[in-house]
Design a binder for this molecule. Sequence first.
Ligand code: HEC
Ligand code: HEC
Length: 238
Amino acid sequence: MMKNKFSTKLPVLLASVAVLGAVVAGCGTTSSNSDPAKLGFQDRGRQLFNANCGTCHVLAQAASTGTQGPNLDDAFAAARSAGMDSDTIKGIVRAQVHRPQDVNGDYPGVTMPANILEGNDLEDVAAYVAAVAGVPGIEPPTAPGEGPGAQVFANNGCGSCHTLAAAESAGTLGPNLDEVIPTLSKAEIHESIVDPGAKIAAGYPNAMPSDYGTKISAQQLNQLIDFLMTSAAADDKG
Ligand code: HEC
Ligand code: HEC
C-alpha cells in the first residue's frame, strides 16, 4: 500500500534536517503528544493541522482528505518503521513548513506555501504530525456527540471557534451554537455554513472559513445540520 517514492527521497530531506534537528531539540518545547492514541479533537496541533494543512494532505488521525500534496502517512510510515523517532520527524515537518522543498515531481503546479504557521503554532502542528503520521493502524478519535454529524463537526474544527455542549467544544471566536441554533431555520444554518459572509452575526468578526461549501459533501452537510439542530435543541439548559 505504501508508495516507495516517498521513502527514496526522505534520506535527502533528512540530511538537510539533521542540523536543524539539534536546534529544535534544544528549544525546550515539551510535547504532550507522546501517546498518539490519546490525541483528541481538543489537541491544538490537530486543530491547526485541520485548519491549515488538511486541505492538501491526507493524514489518517486527522481524518483529512486533501490530495494536492503527498499523503503524510505514506510519507513517514517507512521511516518510522525503520526506527526514526518522533523528534526527528518533527524536525522534518517543521523544516518543510518553514521552507517547503519540492520533494518530488509528483505535484506539478502545486507549491506548498512557506511559513503557513510560525512560532508555537508551528511547534504544535509539527509535534502533532510527528506523533501520528505513519503510525500503523492509527484512526481518528471518536467524536463526542450522537450520529455521523458529530464527526463532521469535529473533523472540520467547528468547535475551535464555537461552543456546543453536545460536542464538548468551548470555542469563543464565533457565536455560542447552543444559544443561536434554536433561533435559526434549517436554511439559515445551511447558509451560515456554506456562505458565512452573506450575513455576519452581530458583534462577531467575519472570521469563519468560507470554503466549507466545497470541503464538506452535501451528505455530510445534512448530517452536520441534523446534529446541530438535535443537539442544540436537546440542551435546554444551554
Ligand atoms: C496548498 C497545498 C498545501 C498546504 C496547505 C500544505 N501543504 Fe504540505 N505539501 C504540499 C505539496 C504540494 C507538497 C509536496 C512538495 C512538492 O513536491 O512540491 C507538500 C509536502 C509536505 C511535506 C513533505 C512530505 C514528504 O513527502 O516528505 C510535509 C511534511 C508537509 N507538506 C506538511 C505540511 C503541513 C504540516 C502543512 C500545514 C502547516 C502543510 N503541509 C500544508 C502542499 C501543501
Ligand atoms: C475560525 C473560526 C470559525 C470556524 C472554524 C467556524 N466558525 Fe462558524 N462562525 C465563526 C464566526 C466568527 C461567526 C460569526 C460571523 C458570521 O456570522 O459569519 C460564525 C457564525 C456561524 C453561524 C451563524 C451563527 C449566527 O448567529 O447566525 C453558524 C451556524 C456557524 N458559524 C456554524 C459553524 C459550523 C457548523 C462550523 C464548522 C463546519 C463553523 N461554524 C466553523 C467562526 C468560525
